[in-house]
Write a protein that binds this ligand. Structure first.
Ligand SMILES: *[C@@H]1O[C@H](CO)[C@@H](O)[C@H](O)[C@H]1NC(C)=O
Ligand SMILES: *[C@@H]1O[C@H](CO)[C@@H](O)[C@H](O)[C@H]1NC(C)=O
Length: 228
């Protein structure tokens, strides 16, 4: 018997209380303990600087094992913060995973102001991030994080980050924010989803987001200087 491989977050009613920030954490189906640690540490507070904050873990499917899936479904029922769809959970599907998260925000939480995309091995200082966002005059048109300008594709075939000339023929990536953690205002999330089908598929998720925004003329800003 196989369980349906699709779980949706339920622990926040986005229509009655739109979150100011939705934190999307790329996770792997097996990483129960990591998610538990995140829930009890940096993502513990549902309200930060007076604003509702929502965390959602993004997962693909287990390779085969339906017993593990049952456990994951139970985790999703208890915490209500798991978004899982039926695609192979692999490093090179990270772009797909991120787009799934962004899509969920526009469908279920369109009233949110910002999205913060991060990985499960990152410790995030939400307390410090929120005031930076709150001091902005308008909550639109923001793409920020650790900015990479003139990032060069890794051409060493032994590297995890190897990119062939067929995948990306140019010498430099467009400006992008490292996938370790970046912030998008929700208007830009809509832009990304609009253009992503026309942008060439690319396995490095953070570069792909930069490519999408580059096509609509949006450049990253520096987090330290985020203001009005
Ligand atoms: C969420 O809030 C809206 C508006 O207050 C309400 O109509 C809806 O029933 C709520 N949904 C859930 C699942 O509680
Ligand atoms: C990504 O997921 C799709 C759908 O499950 C699968 O067909 C594909 O092989 C996966 N790609 C990688 C690189 O794992």
């Amino acid at each position: 018997m196989s369980s349906p491989v699709t779980l949706s977050p339920w622990n926040h009613n986005c229509s009655s209380e739109p979150p100011f920030l939705v934190i999307l954490v790329t996770s792997e189906p097996y990483s129960f303990i990591v998610r538990k640690a995140i829930r009890s540490t940096w993502a513990k507070n549902r309200v930060v600087a007076g604003k509702p904050v929502l965390i959602v873990f993004l997962l693909g499917s287990f390779p085969g094992s339906s017993r593990k899936q049952v456990a994951l479904a139970a985790e999703g029922r208890v915490y209500g913060d798991v978004l899982q769809r039926d695609f192979v959970d692999s490093y090179y599907n990270l772009t797909l995973k991120t787009l799934m998260g962004l899509q969920w925000v526009t469908e279920v939480c369109p009233g949110a102001s910002y999205v913060f995309k991060t990985d499960s091995d990152v410790f995030v200082n939400i307390q410090r991030l929120l005031p930076l966002l709150l001091q902005r005059a308008t909550h639109t048109h923001l793409y920020t994080g650790r900015v990479s300008l003139e990032g060069e594709p890794v051409r060493n075939p032994n590297s995890k980050y190897y990119v062939s000339k067929t995948e990306f023929p140019f010498d430099y990536y467009p400006p992008f924010c490292s996938g370790t953690g970046y912030v998008l205002s929700v208007d830009l999330v809509w832009d990304i989803l609009t253009v992503s089908p026309t942008v060439r598929e690319f396995k490095l998720e953070d570069v792909f987001i930069g490519m999408c925004l580059n096509t609509v003329g949006v450049q990253p800003s520096y987090l330290s200087s985020v203001q009005g």
